[in-house]
Design a protein. Structure first.
Length: 358
């Protein structure tokens, strides 16, 4: 018996052509949706357990719901703030989170938190309701949405930590970690791992303590003494984050990262860095000399927008550098971005055109 065709096209006339026929983006989306449907069918054919099916179904619904909330805000600058739900108003770390949220909102950045109390509430208090986004986890304790984001259309409720953690990293342009417990440590090491391994594009990561605090200083001592000391990380990995107890320094680190650098994207076998200002030929030669260790072959070169970047049309006119990146030296790549920001930072931060972080 012959197999039933996977897709049956309805009878249509030439004047009633399906919209995907003439829209490459819609056609690609249609293919991906078909793949999702095919995977769902395979679960049934594999006789997956009811529990497994419930998990996949719930996770897919959560992500669809969350993406619907985030999609209109994709080009809006956003920073995630992590920290303890147990440090209440009046605690120096809480007050620091309020100050940080206020300063970022003044710069036009939205503040994403887990929507709970403590540090999460403080960051939203500082940012205000209009500039706050909440990604709440449903727990039997400790985690009601704070009064700033409660009942807001930008508040997402999730059951699973893994879908929530995906959104915290995927949908933003920077991460700030205040003092916190197991959850904060987990989120901090996870985002560092994702950036270090290239599973998330470069972005600024800041460990923000209360003024005069020792929480992140002691964490830094552990990282240097135990991880770096035993060769478990590389010296350049320390460039992936900044430790500070000053809210304005944390703001400057996040915003300053995008002074010259805009975003990165792989185009075939080359990594393309989109920039706000074009480096001189002399500077490009200096980069080739200083960062040859991360170039697999060839050279770091100026380049124009590739046709495969067409979905980033709003970035068409930005200058670009491209290289065959070895995909291992992410810390060194961050150091190269820092060098570009330092050499070409003579223009206003208002030049920053956010890229869709998805």
């Amino acid at each position: 018996m012959s197999k039933k065709p996977r897709h049956i096209r309805p009878n249509v006339s030439e004047s009633d052509v399906l919209p995907t026929e003439h829209d490459p983006d819609l056609r690609q989306k249609s293919v991906l949706v078909d793949e999702i449907k095919e995977t769902a069918d395979k679960f049934f054919r594999d006789d997956a357990t009811r529990g497994d099916l419930k998990l996949v179904s719930r996770a897919l619904r959560e992500l669809r719901y969350a993406f619907k909330v985030f999609t209109p805000l994709r080009r809006q600058r956003k920073v995630t703030v992590f920290g303890s739900a147990r440090l209440k108003e009046g605690h120096p770390a809480y007050d620091q989170s309020v100050e940080y949220g206020r300063l970022m909102a003044e710069q036009g950045w939205m503040v994403v938190t887990g929507a709970g109390g403590g540090i999460m509430e403080g960051a939203h208090v500082g940012a205000g309701r209009d500039m706050s986004i909440g990604v709440n986890i449903m727990l039997p304790f400790e985690q009601d949405a704070n009064y700033i984001i409660h009942n807001d259309e930008k508040l997402v409720h999730l059951k699973y930590f893994f879908t929530r953690k995906l959104l915290f990293v995927k949908e933003v342009h920077g991460i700030v970690l205040c003092p916190g417990g197991f959850g904060t440590q987990d989120e901090g090491f996870e985002v560092l791992t994702l950036v270090q391994t290239g599973k998330r594009d470069l972005m600024p990561i800041v460990m923000l303590d209360q003024p005069g605090g020792t929480y992140w200083k002691r964490w830094q001592e552990f990282v240097v003494d135990e991880l770096l000391g035993d060769g478990l990380i590389s010296p350049e990995d320390l460039s992936l984050y900044k430790v500070t107890d000053n809210a304005q320094e944390a703001v400057d680190e996040i915003i300053g990262f995008y002074d010259v650098y805009n975003s990165m994207r792989y185009v075939k076998d080359r990594l393309v860095l989109r920039l706000h200002r074009e480096p001189s030929d002399e500077l490009v030669e200096e980069l080739n000399e200083e960062f040859s260790d991360i170039v697999e072959s060839g050279k770091i070169e100026k380049t124009a927008m590739h046709e495969l970047e067409a979905d980033d049309e709003h970035l068409r006119d930005l200058p670009r550098l491209s290289l065959r990146f070895n995909r291992r030296g992410v810390g060194r790549l961050r150091q190269m971005v820092d060098r570009l920001n330092e050499e070409l930072n003579d223009a206003s931060l208002e030049d920053y055109t956010p890229v869709d972080p998805s």
